[in-house]
Design a binder for this molecule. Structure first.
Ligand code: GTP
Ligand code: MG
Length: 697
């Protein structure tokens, strides 16, 4: 949804961010924001009440119910500690880490911070009206993944920044088109009941929104309603034949084809970390060193940055190309660029580090196969990222990316020039942060530590050259470390699942096209696909990846697909393109296993919230809290509790206002992760354990 807001109100979005005193504090790491974490996998469809943990030789994760070997001290699937009481140890981070390490030989938790006591009180969560106000506590809007997906749209420019690729012209069919031929996306709102409300709020309440944008609001509003109506009639839709069982599915040979035949595999690489740690500078420097920014362009950045008194941000300007970002010296939206290593076609997702833009960071990081966590080695800055007085974004981002399933992490210990390339400082950072990363569920063997200086181009694309660094470091440079990342897992052997991020139109793709990331299976031109939830059959006319047309795409690819033979009104973002014989589930009631985050107002039965599952977002209500989960055993400790408070885990029954395409987490993680948001905050995260009420499509 916010993708459309980006399209039509880019300046308005920027307007939400006003410089505040908080900014200064944030840079000192004095604030924390609520964070989300993902959960593991269930191996069945039943709640804990129904399936008590029995095997004495194993222990069951309290969150994802995965049965772990006794030698595992944290869940091998989701990283949650076996003994959750450890989360509540009221001791300092370092001491706690050390103690846990002594007792449990260094294993960790995914969601420790979710349970950890915080010195900073989080804001009250109001679950009153399921209001579609998606602002966070500071008034910023959440960016959805469509913002990211725009970057995969055909474009004349190869490098695109989400924030600036925007012009708001609307054609007669209700789709946004850029007059240069670059495509813009339009989102249908039929799965998104909050659209109008958000637009109203955006246009109507933000004092910083330029008046021209406010005038556009009613037009947009009307248009969205129109689209919404268009997508409703389903009478003419063809009947889906009885779905086959997934076990009957046999992938076609072309889907499994050896990846060697492709030139390079795509690797979605999220760049995350605390504000000002040097993420954008690192990206800009990397691109420059790889020859992807011309001398002339770089000279322009340098000149302009200097003129604005921001000389040190010249490389960051390669990523931060909106006026607001440049003036404030801060990344606000995810910028996307590409480069190739020997093995990979890397999609670089430069995230904002400021806590106000965590939702934007999420939009990029959910797509990541691997991540670079950039930490500032300088004295005081590293500590701020670690959250001396709360949770810094070094920690929050680490938790988030782990929760999105990212397992492989490169820690870029940046600004080594500020600490004289000191081995001791590097080791200090490695020790402190290493404890925390393990606690998030990262394995030591999956973390690569690279000391570097983005500004000085030290150890980025060639081996270290500074004698101080060379005296103790002989590992890989950053580029080699990226190339050494293990290939991302792709669910190619399952039936096709392509969650629709956006509805688009273009000259090359045609008037009926969608974009999104293939989460499972493969898709080929000429093949028939099922469009859910409408149940229409369509033919794949064209596929585009990175602006070039191709014949097929497999799980992991971000693509745009032109479709033939269906009513465009039957396409909705949050819908899913499926294999014709194996449709995705469409549910209106779900059983979720959730972890409640740091909230101050309890969650009560009957309360309303906003549920996010892949690109779908719907209003939902909490019908029942089926059981509270014991923190230590993970077993149901109390049936039907009246309320949930911060850091509790529970199995809940939720009713959705609209049907949503969904899979149980055990079947397909990407379509079975749920985020519960209210008042702009993520208040709980969870997984779909059971589909309670399946809609007849
Ligand atoms: P946000 O996106 O706003 O979170 O910031 P960021 O992490 O992208 O940081 P950015 O690249 O904007 O850099 C912030 C400041 O750090 C700039 O002034 C950079 O010049 C400086 N900086 C980045 N890398 C280095 C480095 O290796 N050494 C030194 N000394 N300064 C650096
Ligand atoms: Mg930045």
């Amino acid at each position: 949804m916010v993708g459309i807001l980006f399209l039509l109100f880019p300046r308005a979005l920027h307007g939400w961010y006003e410089p505040r005193l908080e900014d200064t504090c944030e840079r000192s790491g004095n604030h924390r924001d609520s964070s989300a974490t993902g959960l593991g996998i269930r191996d069945d469809n039943r709640s804990d009440l129904e399936k008590p943990f029995t095997d004495p030789g194993m222990w069951q994760c309290s969150i994802c119910a995965h049965e772990n070997d006794t030698s595992n001290l944290s869940c091998e699937l989701c990283g949650v500690l076996r003994d959750l009481s450890l989360y509540f140890n009221n001791i300092s981070e370092t001491e706690a880490g050390a103690k846990r390490r002594n007792k449990y030989s260094g294993v960790s938790v995914l969601a420790r911070s979710l349970f950890a006591p915080s010195s900073t009180k989080s804001k009250a969560i109001i679950f009153s009206d399921g209001s579609q106000d998606n602002r966070n506590a500071t008034g910023n809007k959440q960016a959805t993944m469509d913002a990211l997906h725009k970057t995969y749209m055909p474009s004349k420019k190869r490098h695109i920044n989400i924030a600036v690729q925007i012009k708001d012209s609307v054609d007669a069919t209700g789709k946004k088109m850029m007059d240069s031929g670059i495509l813009q996306t339009e989102k249908d709102t039929s799965m998104d009941p909050c659209t109008s409300a958000e637009v109203d709020k955006l246009g109507g309440t933000s004092s910083s929104v330029p008046s021209s944008n406010q005038q556009v609001t009613p037009i947009l509003d009307h248009e969205l309603q129109h689209l919404s109506l268009e997508s409703k009639p389903k009478s003419s839709k063809p009947k889906i034949k009885k779905p086959a069982s997934i076990s009957e599915y046999k992938p076609e040979p072309w889907m499994l084809q050896s990846e060697d035949q492709e030139i390079r595999r795509q690797l979605n690489l999220a760049i995350v970390g605390h504000v000002d740690s040097g993420k954008s500078t690192l990206c800009g420097r990397l691109l420059h060193a790889l020859g992807l920014i011309s001398k002339k362009q770089m000279h322009k950045y340098e000149k302009e940055a200097k003129e604005k008194g921001k000389g040190s941000f010249a490389y960051a300007w390669a990523m931060d190309d909106s006026t607001d970002e440049r003036e404030r010296g801060i990344t606000m939206t995810v910028a996307v660029k590409y480069f190739d290593t020997e093995k990979y076609h890397v999609v670089l997702l430069d995230s904002p580090g400021h806590k106000d833009f965590v939702p934007n960071m999420i939009s990029g990081a959910t797509q990541a196969d691997a991540a670079i966590l950039v930490v500032d080695a300088s004295v005081g800055s590293f500590e701020a990222g670690m959250g001396v007085n709360g949770i810094g974004q070094t920690k929050e981002h680490s938790q988030l990316i782990r929760s999105f399933g990212v397992e492989n992490l490169i820690v870029a210990v940046n600004k080594m020039d500020m600490v004289e390339h000191s081995k001791d400082r590097f080791n200090f950072v490695k020790l402190q942060l290493g404890i925390f990363l393990r606690s998030c569920g990262f394995k030591d063997s999956s973390i690569t530590w690279v000391p570097l200086s983005a500004m000085a181009n030290e150890n980025l694309v060639t081996a270290a050259s500074d004698s101080r660094l060379l005296s103790w470091y002989n590992g890989n440079c950053l580029l080699k470390s990226i190339d050494s990342l293990p290939p991302p897992h792709r669910d190619v052997s399952r039936p096709l699942r392509l969650p629709i991020c956006d509805i688009i139109a273009s000259i090359t793709l045609g008037q009926v096209a969608v974009c999104g990331k293939v989460e499972a299976g493969g898709i080929r031109t000429g093949s028939k696909v099922l469009v859910m939830p409408s149940g229409d059959l369509a033919t794949v006319k064209t596929i585009e990846r990175d602006s070039s047309s191709c014949n097929l795409a497999r799980a992991g690819d971000n693509i745009a697909v032109g479709l033939q033979g269906l009513d465009p009104g039957h396409l909705v973002s949050g819908g899913v393109i499926c294999h014709p014989d194996f449709p995705v589930h469409v549910a209106s009631r779900l059983e979720l296993k959730i972890l409640v985050l740091e909230i101050t107002t309890p969650i009560l039965v009957g309360l309303q919230f906003e549920l996010h599952i892949h690109h779908a977002r719907v209003s939902a209500s909490l019908v029942k809290i089926l059981s509270l989960l014991d923190q230590k055993t993970g077993k149901a400790s109390k049936k039907m509790p009246r309320l949930l408070t911060a850091r509790q885990a529970a199995v809940v029954d939720v009713k959705l206002d609209k049907e949503v395409c969904v899979e149980e987490f055990s079947a397909l993680k990407a379509l079975g992760r749920a985020f519960l948001r209210s008042g702009g905050n993520t208040v709980a995260v969870g997984i779909v354990t059971r589909i309670l009420d399946e809609a007849k499509v």
